[in-house]
Design a protein around this ligand. Structure first.
Ligand code: TRP
Ligand code: SF4
Length: 403
């Protein structure tokens, strides 16, 4: 794997419309951090929305726009990342089609989300070709950018694993040109005598003894070579590990820490549980939602003591409050020294303070739809130029580059 692609991070989100604090504390803050460390691509997975919701396409465009506004308002930045929409880069579909030729049906049927989702979403007809293929579409999303790292939640790790297997199979089938061995040997010679010898030693240690350190050193050695072409380097990356030329790069899943942000009822915050605070909820609504959220059921009267561990408000204090407030809560709750409304007050203030700048920026963006459209268009153009390059290579090795 080349360092430039290890440095590339790609992630997508289905267009669900306006986002909530669960998205912010889970995914978005992570993206915002990553965008300063890596070359990041973030996209709206609008085709993915159709795989489970093909009967309701009407909201997709609006949801895409609102979601991108929330990304931008939260701090995902156009200058530090590329923001785009999947269907505006149709090369994803072409790669999906070509990968479908080499992907065994069993690999898709065995992806855990396939059966899980069908059972969970019983009211929907998910016995479609598109739904079965959606993890492979995700593979195409990732592989087309040669992304090294893919931030995903726990439920998506299996999809990244599938992606790795598909890439390996692809490279195995299409990465071995007729005279691969000879081309690899010639490439090694171009590194100069000393490096060539070192490379062969390291390769031997890795292939014969499974010496992982040697592999790393050899990869770094390839990385530092100025005298060989990119194609030769890819050949040698594959040859080093005993495979063919690396055309599609195996990505790693970058597990997003499980969202700490609970919903208003203490369950995971999710639209389908109706327990969310949306990033753009009116401050009055936010207050009302927090004031009416359930507390330890033992505290029926103000004078009844409670136990923070049985209270969803306490979980919010874990996110928003410092030790001194938390001590005040524990003490006050267990002795009935404070009421639940008193206890919620610091959270109400913290949430409103957190949301104020986001809402202000969201308002600015939603008043400038032209600007948002331009941001997406520019992101698409940049993404597309990377995708096009990959497709040229893919078509070439698959015998489809007509000139
Ligand atoms: N499947 C992901 C989801 O449902 C979204 C997604 C699509 C994605 N393509 C991706 C995430 C590529 C990471 C990388 O949440
Ligand atoms: Fe929950 Fe706070 Fe009320 Fe205790 S005082 S039950 S922690 S809201």
């Amino acid at each position: 794997m080349t360092s430039s692609s290890q440095q590339r991070v790609l992630s997508g989100m289905r267009p669900t419309g306006k986002l909530h604090l669960g998205h912010y504390h889970g995914v978005l803050k992570n993206w915002i951090k990553l965008q300063h460390e890596f070359d990041c691509l973030f996209f709206v997975a609008d085709w993915h929305a159709l795989t489970t919701n093909y009967e309701n396409p009407h909201d997709i465009q609006e949801n895409t726009k609102e979601m991108v506004i929330d990304w931008l308002a939260s701090g995902v930045s156009q200058s530090s990342s590329k923001i785009f929409v999947q269907s505006m880069v149709p090369e994803h579909a072409e790669l999906h089609l070509l990968l479908s030729m080499i992907t065994p049906l069993g690999w898709l049927e065995r992806v855990p989300s396939y059966k899980d989702q069908q059972e969970k979403l019983k009211e929907k007809d998910l016995a479609t070709y598109g739904f079965l293929g959606y993890p492979l579409l995700q593979s195409a999303d990732i592989l087309i950018y040669k992304a090294g790292q893919v931030p995903v939640g726990e439920d998506q790790v299996a999809h990244v694993e599938l992606t790795r297997e598909v890439a390996r199979r692809f490279n195995h089938i299409y990465g071995r040109e007729a005279n691969f061995e000879e081309k690899a040997s010639n490439a090694i010679k171009k590194m100069g005598k000393k490096n060539a010898k070192l490379f062969k030693q390291l390769q031997k240690s890795y292939q014969e003894k499974g010496d992982y350190e040697a592999l790393k050193v050899a990869q770094a050695l390839l990385e530092s070579q100025q005298n060989i072409t990119i194609t030769d380097r890819e050949r040698l990356f594959g040859y080093l590990e005993g495979g063919g030329r690396v055309i599609l790069h195996e990505p790693e899943a970058l597990l997003t820490p499980a969202a700490k942000m609970p919903g208003l009822d203490g369950q995971k915050m999710s639209k389908s549980y109706h327990n969310t605070i949306a990033l753009r909820d009116d401050p009055e609504d936010v207050q009302k939602k927090l004031k009416t959220m359930p507390t330890d059921p033992a505290r029926v009267r103000r004078t009844d003591p409670g136990d923070p561990n049985k209270c969803p408000v306490w979980q919010l204090h874990q996110i928003y409050s410092d030790d001194s407030i938390k001590n005040w809560v524990t003490e006050g709750c267990c002795t009935a020294g404070i009421g639940c409304l008193d206890c919620k007050q610091p959270i109400i203030e913290a949430v409103l303070t957190e949301l104020a700048p986001i809402q202000e920026r969201a308002k600015e963006y939603s008043e400038q739809t032209e600007l948002v459209r331009n941001i997406i268009n520019e992101g698409c153009e940049e993404a597309r130029s990377i995708a096009k390059k990959t497709m040229e290579e893919v078509r070439h090795v698959m015998g489809l580059s007509y000139k």
